[in-house]
Design a protein around this ligand. Structure first.
Ligand code: SF4
Ligand code: SF4
Length: 287
């Protein structure tokens, strides 16, 4: 079967080391690969773009790094926008901008909704990530950025080979695989795991045992009256719900034996840290 290259970006594994970005620079800055790409300039282009996102509020703050190469789209708008077949897709899925034919075709830059095509003013050409096609064609198994990633946040391979690592990850990921910006309506050969969404977190304390962590308290997240997720507080009395939809109305209920249930309404406009939630003992009057 013909090869079909794909890449998986696991955002939960990326620690923002920038090794992928640097490996890409090392491979392409000042180096021409005729038929594949002209040299990347030393500044102004980010073939592997890294979006750093600070999430939550003190003391519950997280940082997510989302790396964005060219998505190698099946229905690529950059191909449609090009004249003279200056942009084309190879049978293995890689989308190439021909550095000679694309001369002067600035409209190609604007065609990409992911904004991963860069205009080279000096050479008068659009440029982007090539999935390192020039090294794959020499027999390399993976592009420079994937090889440089120390945390395995990037996995690359032939998705048509059921024994490849990427095929096994795809099979195991089941519903977890996502497309970045599905609203663009593109079929991409780069897929993601763990794209940052919204989280709700908090800390539970018992009013009558302030020096003790409220461990193992049941916390229920519900939406429109239906329980969505259930968790328990950890050894520090903390809880967290990750991967929630944005701009949705949720209710967080905190329940524990012989304590009054507490309910907090939350709208996930941003990631939410609810702070300290104090549970009081149920009294005879409450019953
Ligand atoms: S991500 Fe952008 S540049 Fe890459 S194939 Fe899709 S439309 Fe073209
Ligand atoms: S696949 Fe190659 S060209 Fe694309 S971002 Fe990685 S190193 Fe750069």
């Amino acid at each position: 079967m013909v090869k079909k290259y794909g890449m998986i970006v696991d955002v939960t594994r990326c620690n923002g080391c920038y090794n992928c970005f640097l490996a890409c620079r090392d491979e392409f800055c000042g180096n021409d690969y005729p038929g594949y790409s002209a040299a990347q300039p030393y500044s102004g282009q980010f073939w592997m773009k890294i979006i750093e996102q600070e999430r939550g509020q003190y003391p519950k703050v997280k940082v997510a790094y989302t790396v964005i190469p060219c998505m190698q789209c099946e229905n690529a708008p950059c191909i449609e926008a090009s004249l003279n077949e200056a942009v084309y897709q190879r049978p293995d899925g890689i989308v190439i901008i021909d550095p000679t034919k694309a001369q002067g075709q600035k409209q190609i830059v604007d065609a990409c909704p992911y904004r991963v095509i860069y205009w080279n003013e000096e050479k008068n050409i659009p440029q982007k990530c090539t999935f390192c096609a020039h090294v794959l064609d020499q027999g390399w198994k993976e592009p420079r950025c994937v090889e440089a990633c120390p945390t395995k946040a990037l996995v690359f391979g032939d998705v048509n080979d059921p024994d490849s690592e990427i095929s096994k990850i795809i099979a195991a990921a089941k519903g977890k695989l996502e497309i970045l910006h599905p609203e663009y309506g593109l079929v991409t050969n780069v897929k993601y795991i763990g794209i940052p969404k919204r989280f709700i977190a908090g800390e539970v304390v018992f009013r009558d045992k302030k020096d003790e962590c409220a461990v193992g308290v049941k916390v229920i997240l519900s939406c429109k009256g239906k329980a969505d997720k259930v968790t328990k507080t950890d050894n520090y009395g903390d809880f967290e719900f990750e991967g929630l939809d944005a701009d949705k109305d949720y209710t967080v209920s905190i329940e524990h034996n012989s304590y009054n249930t507490k309910k907090v309404k939350v709208k996930t406009r941003i990631d939410m840290y609810l702070g300290e939630i104090v549970l009081s003992k149920t009294t005879a009057e409450d019953r």
